[in-house]
Design a protein around this ligand. Structure first.
Ligand SMILES: [Zn+2]
Length: 293
């Protein structure tokens, strides 16, 4: 899919009060579980991998893209290949060369001006090639260093969000309003809905992205998607949950992508089925994207 089609998927979600799930399989084997779930419940979906995940699991952008397109070419619903948290221009370029359709440049740990300059540079490069760009303002942080490499949270300031979007031309914006990456230490993480509402009304045309979707209660996700007035968040990232299910069924820890084919095929199929059913459930009950393809 090209940039125009992807942005229109996000806008449709925003106005239709549902969100696209952007799921991290953390290996090439589970790409099928995510795409099959989307087909089964007739939902649009994004499949993502971050630069840290590629390093941790020893996956090259080209390898991930090849596995994705092999499955996606025979797919009956809209599916998007997305590069999650990436901090440098070179990795973005490598992903775009490999065929990634949407990329996230995360300059959120930089001072505002540097973040804006880097994001703008990436937008110019990606837009010229028909790819969509997600930026981040305010730092989401988390307990799990896998996705972002940091644990410090810094909330997004609404007025700065307007300035950031104006300067950079980003297609979507990840905001920091209380969610975190990894496993939450509490069952009911506090989300700053007033802040989310302010951001939403100050940049009504920009699709908003919420990260840290693993372990977020259903009512919290639904409220963030619906908000009052304009639609709320249009994309929700879910990563950790999938890996936890995969590891539990197989009784393993974190292993590189190339080790997966050595595991018991029957157990692998069982793990895939469980991840698929989890993703279907999230689409139906949290994202409300089932039937929207
Ligand atoms: Zn994230």
């Amino acid at each position: 899919m090209d940039r125009t089609q992807i942005v229109s998927l996000w806008r449709k979600a925003q106005s239709g009060s549902y969100a696209l799930g952007s799921f991290s399989p953390r290996n090439t084997f589970l790409i099928d579980a995510i795409v099959s779930a989307a087909e089964n419940v007739h939902s649009p979906v994004m499949v993502q991998i971050s630069s840290n995940e590629m390093r941790w699991f020893d996956i090259k952008p080209g390898e991930f893209a090849e596995a994705f397109f092999k499955r996606a070419s025979a797919c009956s619903v809209p599916v998007v290949l997305h590069l999650d948290h990436t901090y440098d221009f070179d990795t973005v370029k490598a992903a775009i060369d490999a065929g990634f359709e949407s990329v996230m440049i995360d300059g959120s740990k930089l001072p505002f001006d540097e973040n804006a300059a880097l994001t703008r540079e990436v937008c110019e490069y990606a837009h010229a090639r028909g790819r969509a760009v997600e930026g981040e303002l305010g730092n989401i942080g988390g307990a799990d260093k896998l996705e972002t490499g940091g644990d410090e949270r810094l909330y997004t300031v609404p007025e700065q969000a307007r300035e950031f979007v104006r300067i950079t031309g980003v297609d979507a914006l990840a905001v920091s309003v209380g969610t975190a990456h990894g496993v939450y230490p509490t069952a009911d993480p506090k989300i700053d809905f007033d802040r989310l509402n302010s951001i939403r009304s100050i940049i009504p045309q920009t699709p908003l992205v919420l990260h840290g979707g693993s372990g977020l209660p259903q009512q919290t996700v639904r409220r963030a998607i619906k908000l009052c007035g304009a639609g709320g968040i249009a994309k929700l990232n879910i990563a950790t949950d999938l890996e936890l299910i995969f590891q539990r069924v197989l009784g393993i820890g974190r292993i590189p992508n190339s080790e997966i084919q050595k595991l018991d095929p029957a157990l692998l199929e069982a793990a895939k089925a469980e991840v698929r059913s989890f993703v279907e459930g999230r689409m139906r009950e949290y994202l409300m994207s089932a039937g929207k393809a």
